[in-house]
Write a protein that binds this ligand. Sequence first.
Ligand code: ADP
Length: 454
Amino acid sequence: MYNKIYRNMRFLCALVLSLSTLLFLVAVFTFFNSEIKSELPMFFALVIFTILMGIFIYIISSLIAARLALAIVKPITDFSSLSSNIPYEEIEPLIKQIQSQNKELGRQAEKAKAQKMQLQLITDNMNEGLIVIDKDANILSINSYAAKIFSLKEYEVKQKHYSVLTENSKFIDAVAKALKNNRTSLLIEISDADYRAFCSPVLKDGQLNGVVILLFDVTTILQSEKLRREFSANVSHELKTPLTSINGYAQLITNGIASPDDVPSFAAKIAKESNRLMLLIEDIIRLSKLDESDESNLKENFRIKETVCDVISSLSEKASMRNIKLECEGPDFFICANKSQITELFYNICDNAIKYNRDNGEVTFTLADAAVRISDTGIGIPPQYLSRIFERFFRVDKSHSKKVDGTGLGLSIAKHIARQNNVTISVESEPGKGTSFILTFKDVFRQNSGENLR
Ligand code: ADP
């Protein structure tokens, strides 16, 4: 449209300018007529003047035409920026309608953009992998979590066949089935983690339109299920051992096989085994309670020395029976934790330090720099077992440990409590010389100020 108007305008301008020039020239000629002599050079000068004039007229008329054409076309081509006064009455309703449609389109585009951003935010913050595949088996979209699972970047896999994600044949088959309109679910292992994948066909008007894949990390669930199964098997085994002894001695007495002289010693063995059974059951109950509930909401600020002294006084009798010295040294500090759990934690470690100590030995609590070191002068732990002593029912030397009362659960309970109270435990040991358990507290306060040190 602009070109058409421009061409017409240029023609008009050229016409007007040429006519005016012609009139001007005629006027000049008439005025100077008497002095003009018909000479050849004068004729050529006139011809050149006319050509130059023609070029000049062409340029000027082009410029004027361009300006005029632009002025006419601008309100139509750029109508979106026009406010109330539209110069052309005839097309005003049309322009107004287009303007309102434009506004509506703008609003809808904004809305769509906001919705897209919202969706992107949701999918990017999901703790599950989400992959959308089109009916041709190409990846339409993949959220960042899913890309991380497959150790790929989103842009590397978009619009590519879904098999670029993994070579796992179970996964490829499951998606292929979903692409044939069968809902599938499977467990897959990717980079040492376990995922449950749900592949669901997406239908539109009864026709398959693609597949949505959801991936859930079930590593911890599977691990805790495995631990629970192992724990149940261990519990049955551990309970069976003392029960078999109790049952054996009881039968010997009941059937009259045991001589009257043996009865007191058999009764004592029954008492000892049932005592062990009681301890085992108490520890098992304690552990399952710790497994089920988080008691961190019962945290309070208290002096660490107070709990250490409580533990020392409650174990002093047991220690004095083997002439073991219990001591506490170093500056006191405040911690924020569950007080009864921390007392239990110190108790379990100090109890072991007495149990696995030599007669006339020592157990020392050293308080320093937000940490408590509990050192003993006992039998020590061989280095190869240091990492295993916190396992449930683990005892370093079963035959030796048999002589010492214990369930193999004390340190598991201690580890659990430490985790719930922001405490880290490390162990140093030298067989034959002794063991040190170092507890480092994170929620520590300066005395009387309440200021957190960490
Ligand atoms: P237990 O009831 O057998 O003491 P624990 O879980 O408390 O069970 O400890 C696990 C094992 O770690 C113990 O059986 C023992 O072999 C070893 N152990 C723990 N503390 C000490 C220590 N202070 N000195 C030597 N060995 C220890």
